[in-house]
Design a protein around this ligand. Structure first.
Ligand code: SF4
Length: 423
C-alpha cells in the first residue's frame, strides 16, 4: 500500500500516522499534490463532512506587548504600523462580535496582547463575555490572553468561556529562536491549565518562520499529544517592522502539504486555516477547504483578511457549507474523551463510530507546548535574528528578494476603529 493509501486508511480509522509518514507528506512533489489533497480530503469528510466552521477575531487590546515573539506585529519594539489601543469596553467588543456572528461565525475569539492577564483583566473579559452572551447565548467564546496563572482558567470557565487559545507555534527545540521572554514549557503549562479547568484547548502553529520539516512534524505531534481540540495553522505574515519581515518561505503548494500533514496527524481534530491564508494560499484557498474544516471569517488581529462576503462565496463555490450554531464541531468520540478528562469540547454529528483515537486525550501527559506570550493568530511577526532558511529552500517563494508589503495590509477597520469590520 502506498503512502497516501496508508494515510487515508489510518485517518478514516482515526489513527495517527508515524513520524516518517508525516515527513513523507511534506516531501511529496507538485505532481502528487492533488493526490495528497484528495487523500486528506477523504479524512476530513469522514469526520467533518463538508462543514466549515467560521471563527471571528476580536482584538480586545492591540499592540504594546512586553514580550518579544519574533513573528508578532505587537511585540516589544515592533515598528509595524498597526493599531495600538488598550482594552475595548464590553459593549465595543460585543458590537464587533455581533458583526462576526451576523456573518456566520459560530465562535468568537477574544484576544488581548500581553504576557498574560491580571486578575483585573479576567474581570474585564468576564464582563465582555456577558455582553456577548446576552446578545447571543449560543455563540462559542474562545479566550486568548497569554500565559495563565493559577485559578484564572477556572475563573474564565465559570464566567462562560468555552475554550482557551494558546499556540505552541513551533517545535520545542527551536522555540528559543523565536522568543526569549518566555519558554515552550510556559506555553505547555497554560494549555494544560486550560484543559484542567474544563476549557476546550485551541493550540496551533505558525509555518514559514524558517523551520525545518522536522520542526513542523514535532510541533504537530506535540499538539496531538497535548489533546488540542482545534489546531490553527498560521502561515507567517512577514510584517515590515518585525524581525521576520524578510521571511517569505512559503508557496501555496507548501501550505497545502503542511495542512495535509496536520490533518493526517489530527484526523478527528478541528484544523483551522488561520493567519496568512490569503497571502500564502492565494488562489489555492478553496483547495485548503478540502483539508481544513475551519477558517477565520474576515480580518485577523492586526492585518486585513479578504472581505467576509468573499469568504462566504468561496465556501459556497467550493461546495462546502457553513457550520451552524446547532451543529457539533468535533466527532462524538472526541467529545467523550473531553468529558472523561474534564475538558470541554463540543460533541459532534459526523464521525460516527470512530475507532478510539490513538493519541492522547485532553490534559494528558502532554508533551510539550511551550512558548510564552499569548495570542494566536496575531498575524504579526518579527524576531531579532531571522530563523535559518534551512529545509524550506526548495519551496521558497518566487520572490524572496524583496518585501511584499503590497500583500500585507495592516488592519485599519473593525474593533478599535470607527470602520465596520469586513468592509
Ligand atoms: S504573540 Fe502575544 S505575547 Fe507574543 S508578542 Fe505578540 S501579543 Fe505579545
Amino acid at each position: 500500500m502506498d503512502l497516501l493509501d496508508t494515510l487515508t486508511a489510518k485517518g478514516l480509522r482515526g489513527e495517527v500516522p508515524t513520524r516518517e509518514e508525516a515527513l513523507a507528506v511534506l516531501a511529496t512533489t507538485d505532481d502528487e499534490l492533488l493526490d495528497v489533497v484528495a487523500a486528506a480530503g477523504k479524512v476530513r469528510r469522514r469526520w467533518f463532512g463538508r462543514r466549515v466552521k467560521l471563527n471571528y477575531l476580536v482584538n480586545l487590546k492591540s499592540g504594546l506587548c512586553p514580550e518579544d515573539c519574533s513573528y508578532c506585529s505587537q511585540r516589544l519594539g515592533s515598528k509595524a504600523e498597526i493599531l495600538k489601543y488598550t482594552w475595548l469596553k464590553p459593549e465595543q467588543a460585543a458590537d464587533a462580535a455581533r458583526a462576526g456572528v451576523a456573518g456566520g461565525a459560530k465562535r468568537v475569539c477574544l484576544v488581548a496582547s500581553g504576557r498574560g492577564p491580571t486578575d483585573r483583566d479576567i474581570d474585564r473579559v468576564t464582563d465582555t463575555m456577558a455582553a456577548i452572551k446576552d446578545a447571543d447565548p449560543e455563540v462559542e467564546i474562545c479566550v486568548c490572553l497569554g500565559l495563565l496563572s493559577d485559578n484564572q482558567a477556572e475563573r474564565l470557565k465559570a464566567a462562560g468561556a468555552d475554550a482557551y487559545n494558546h499556540n505552541l507555534n513551533t517545535s520545542e527545540s527551536t522555540y528559543g529562536d523565536i522568543a526569549t521572554t518566555h519558554t515552550y514549557a510556559d506555553r505547555v503549562d497554560t494549555v494544560q491549565k486550560a484543559h484542567g479547568a474544563g476549557l476546550s484547548a485551541c493550540s496551533g502553529l505558525i509555518a514559514g518562520m524558517g523551520e525545518s520539516d522536522e520542526d513542523l512534524v514535532d510541533v504537530v505531534f506535540a499538539l496531538r499529544e497535548l489533546g488540542s481540540d482545534s489546531v490553527p495553522v498560521n502561515f507567517l505574515i512577514p510584517f515590515e517592522g518585525t524581525p521576520l519581515a524578510q521571511e517569505w518561505n512559503l508557496t501555496p503548494q507548501r501550505c497545502l502539504r503542511i495542512l495535509a500533514m496536520v490533518r493526517f496527524v489530527n484526523p478527528d481534530t478541528e484544523v483551522r486555516i488561520a493567519g496568512g491564508r490569503e497571502v500564502h494560499l492565494r488562489s489555492m484557498q478553496p483547495l485548503g477547504l478540502h483539508v481544513a474544516n475551519s477558517i477565520f471569517l474576515g480580518d485577523y488581529l492586526t492585518s486585513e483578511g479578504q472581505a467576509g462576503q468573499t469568504d462566504l462565496d468561496m465556501i459556497k463555490d467550493a461546495g462546502f457549507e457553513v457550520e451552524g450554531a446547532g451543529e457539533a464541531t468535533l466527532p462524538r468520540h472526541r467529545a467523550d474523551i473531553a468529558a472523561a478528562s474534564g475538558c470541554g469540547s463540543t460533541a459532534s454529528g459526523c464521525g460516527t463510530s470512530a475507532a478510539a483515537p490513538t493519541a492522547s486525550g485532553c490534559g494528558s501527559a502532554a508533551s510539550a507546548c511551550g512558548s510564552g506570550g499569548g495570542c494566536g493568530p496575531c498575524g504579526g511577526h518579527g524576531h531579532a535574528e531571522p530563523a535559518p532558511a534551512a529545509a524550506v529552500a526548495s519551496d521558497a517563494a518566487e520572490s524572496t528578494d524583496g518585501l511584499r508589503s503590497d500583500l500585507v495590509k495592516v488592519r485599519r477597520r473593525g474593533a478599535g476603529t470607527e470602520l465596520a469590520p469586513n468592509a
